[in-house]
Design a protein. Structure first.
Length: 346
């Protein structure tokens, strides 16, 4: 009876502590070396033994000790995603995380989100990852034309991918959205509805896709015979500032009859500003916006929307980082996705 009580106490202690190879060995009656080799799918371990070990590992919630893995292999099995924590209400970040996680499932790699604010020094999280050696690969966003983070990661020879492109002769893995095509096609849709005086709620000028967006917008104005109504606020502004700026613009004598919006969350503030000025979407003004989740048309069916598949972007960047870890050349790991319009037109 006493030994049975001791075993129960030991089992309870095992469940309370973080499971290790020793825990699995105890629960299966196998040696630690056998358990370790079974989890690594060693060819000299029988299929039945492997399945028994894996079943117990799953039940216990076993995860390899990353410090131990790093000591043995020099790897962390971590992909770090440096992600902005600033105001967001349209699921952009979560969709990216979902996409990355889909690719990492079934691989040795885990995603670790490193949050930062775009109002702070963007080099800080990257330097931290490099100084601590806490990741095998890195994914970064909000890319600038000559991005110092990209230069540093390339110099340190750590595998990475970016959400967006640089424009300074830096060859690196990236996935991007074709913002030039989006802005050009957005102007076309507004002109098709008879709009000729068009405002652009654009990205901040320090980011690469600002130039892509401006080129597409200005080319669209030229090609379809429209003119720009200047808008002195960008999508990084607080939502209440965007709303107030749009309200003031819509009350002015030079109010636009069309607006192109470069972010789904900002479109909600634009719509609020239009309504606050006593104007109506689809009647006094039309709006085109990007979105990463199909939500805008639930709020206002009149909004013309283009879908940016951020989950797909996450998958592409995760695949690129893993391929880079495996030694694939960076120029082979670059992709751009096109806008998908709700009206089905290209």
């Amino acid at each position: 009876m006493e030994s049975k009580g001791n075993f129960g106490g030991t089992a309870a202690a095992v469940q309370r502590e973080r499971p290790t190879l020793k825990t699995i060995a105890f629960m299966t009656g196998l040696g630690i070396t056998t358990v370790s080799r079974a989890l690594k799918d060693a060819p000299d371990i029988g299929a039945e033994t492997k399945e028994r070990v894996r079943m117990v590992a799953r039940q216990l919630g076993y995860q390899p000790n990353r410090a131990g893995v790093r000591l043995r292999t020099g790897k962390t099995n971590v992909i770090a995603l440096v992600l902005s924590i600033d105001e967001e209400i349209m699921g952009f970040s979560s969709q990216m995380v979902f996409g990355i996680s889909e690719v990492l499932t079934g691989t040795p790699y885990h995603i670790v989100v490193t949050p930062h604010s775009h109002s702070k020094d963007p080099m800080m999280p990257v330097r931290y990852i490099l100084d601590t050696g806490s990741a095998d690969g890195v994914i970064i966003s909000r890319i600038e034309p000559d991005d110092p983070r990209v230069r540093l990661l390339a110099e340190q020879n750590i595998p990475f991918a970016t959400h967006g492109r640089t424009d300074a002769g830096l060859v690196h893995p990236y996935h991007d959205f074709d913002n030039e095509a989006f802005a050009h096609q957005a102007v076309q849709r507004l002109v098709d509805r008879g709009r000729r005086h068009i405002a652009l709620l654009q990205p901040p000028s320090k980011l690469t896709y600002y130039a892509h967006t401006r080129i597409g917008f200005q080319t669209g104005l030229h090609d379809y015979g429209a003119e720009e109504v200047p808008l002195r606020v960008n999508i990084d502004a607080p939502l209440d500032e965007i709303r107030n700026t749009i309200e003031a613009m819509m009350r002015s004598p030079n109010a636009p009859d069309g607006i192109v919006c470069s972010a789904g969350s900002a479109a909600i503030a634009v719509n609020a500003g239009i309504e606050a000025a006593g104007k109506h979407l689809g009647k006094d003004v039309d709006m085109v916006s990007k979105e990463s989740a199909p939500i805008l048309n639930w709020i206002r069916p009149e909004i013309i929307t283009a879908y940016e598949d951020v989950r797909h972007a996450g998958r592409e960047m995760a695949k690129a980082v893993i391929a880079r870890i495996d030694g694939i050349e960076p120029e082979l790991l670059q992709s751009v996705s096109k806008p998908v319009w709700a009206d089905g037109r290209g």
